[in-house]
Design a protein around this ligand. Structure first.
Ligand code: ATP
Ligand code: MG
Length: 348
């Protein structure tokens, strides 16, 4: 059995956390007698420096032919000039569209050992375990944009088909979990939200009668996520609300350095930590690789290598429980990225 994975290290701490993922994947391959082929390609600022293009054609074809793609992080101050013709982030947007990924999935688990890292009280965090499913290709981000003399407009657009396909993703996830979906919109104000609510309600009731569906307005959902985060199981929402809510949710866990994500669609999936390139700590060898290692576990689970994914997740839990924590999780810690990698491999 062999798996073909493309790794896109990218910029800032991207290459550091990607190196950690590659070591863990190689160790998993050894332990489970699997063949994991890893092909590294350029994206983002690193690709601009090397080729002038944040997403070279060679990267696109490698990603389209891979079973799955792992991405480190993209961007940094070096490429931040607002007048620049090419920007690293364009590489990621183009990659998402080339791969046809339309759903971004972010699981949120709170590790009991790390409740101190969260701004919320331990009692509020008890039993928190939910997933945000964000639509990735529609909504206000992609509608027509217009700038007049002294005004501007952004069109927000959703089609029935776009809403249906993301709803199915959420339903499939909910069926493997608590069979509960909270669909988030702003149906008291927005027409796209009214359509959203209609389509979600119809699809769930016709095809997934076991699922308990509730609707929440985005404003009250933002509040509940802090007041009672254990209420949620699968949170389903459109592009912009999902962008905002998933960042809010990430705070519950204590550090960006812990949270994994996947973007999936018709073809191969794209897996990445939720954090950015963290230019402030890049190059120091102190980046927390847990989010990336957990993204690699998500990738293996999605590829149906369940025992392998479980092994990585269990190894991460043991490493965290034994206090192998980088500075973002424990101030004044001297633990380096490679020590975390080593601990996870030892615990496999
Ligand atoms: P982007 O625009 O790329 O999303 P951002 O401004 O949201 O970037 P991040 O790069 O995600 O920022 O970093 C935010 C803060 O969290 C920084 O102080 C960074 O050092 C810290 N951070 C992010 N990821 C990690 C990590 N894996 N390990 C340690 N610290 C991290
Ligand atoms: Mg960010």
């Amino acid at each position: 059995m062999s798996i073909n994975i493309v790794c896109l290290p990218g910029d800032g701490i991207g290459p550091e956390v990607t190196e950690s993922v590659i070591s863990v994947l190689n160790a998993v391959a050894d332990k489970f007698k699997l063949e994991i082929n890893i092909d590294q390609q350029l994206i983002g600022g690193a690709a601009i420096d090397a080729t002038g293009d944040p997403l070279p054609a060679k990267t696109v074809s490698a990603c389209q032919n891979a079973d799955a793609v792992f991405l480190g992080a993209i961007g940094g101050p070096k490429w931040d000039d607002p007048n620049a013709k090419v920007r690293p982030e364009q590489g990621l947007l183009r990659l998402r569209s080339a791969m046809g990924v339309f759903s971004n999935i972010r699981p949120l688990t709170v590790f009991p050992e790390l409740v101190d890292a969260s701004p919320l009280k331990p009692k509020v965090l008890e039993g928190v375990d939910f997933i945000v499913v964000r639509e990735l290709t529609g909504g206000i981000y992609f509608g027509d944009k217009h700038r007049g003399e002294n005004f501007a407009t952004d069109e927000c657009r959703y089609s029935v088909e776009e809403i249906e396909r993301i709803t199915k993703v959420a339903c499939e996830l909910a069926m493997q979990r608590g069979k509960k979906i909270t669909s988030v919109d702003k149906a008291n104000v927005l027409e796209t939200s009214r359509l959203w609510r209609e389509v979600v309600t119809k699809l769930v009731s016709q095809n997934y009668p076991e699922i308990k569906l509730e609707h929440q307005l985005v404003d009250s959902c933002a509040m509940k996520m802090i007041q009672n985060p254990a209420h949620f199981d699968v949170v389903l929402t459109e592009n912009m609300f999902g962008d905002i809510l998933s960042d809010e949710a990430s705070v519950l866990a204590g550090s960006m350095g812990l949270l994994a994500s996947s973007s999936i669609g018709e073809g191969s999936g794209l897996f990445e930590p939720i954090h950015g390139s963290a230019p402030d700590i890049a190059g120091q060898g102190i980046a927390n690789p847990y989010a990336s290692i957990l993204s690699a576990a998500m990738m293996l689970r999605w590829l149906n290598y369940l025992a392998e994914a479980d092994a990585i997740e269990t190894a991460v839990k043991s490493s965290i429980a034994s206090g192998i924590l980088t500075r973002d999780l424990k101030s004044e810690s001297e633990i380096k990225t490679h020590q975390v990698t080593h601990a996870v491999i030892q615990n496999l």
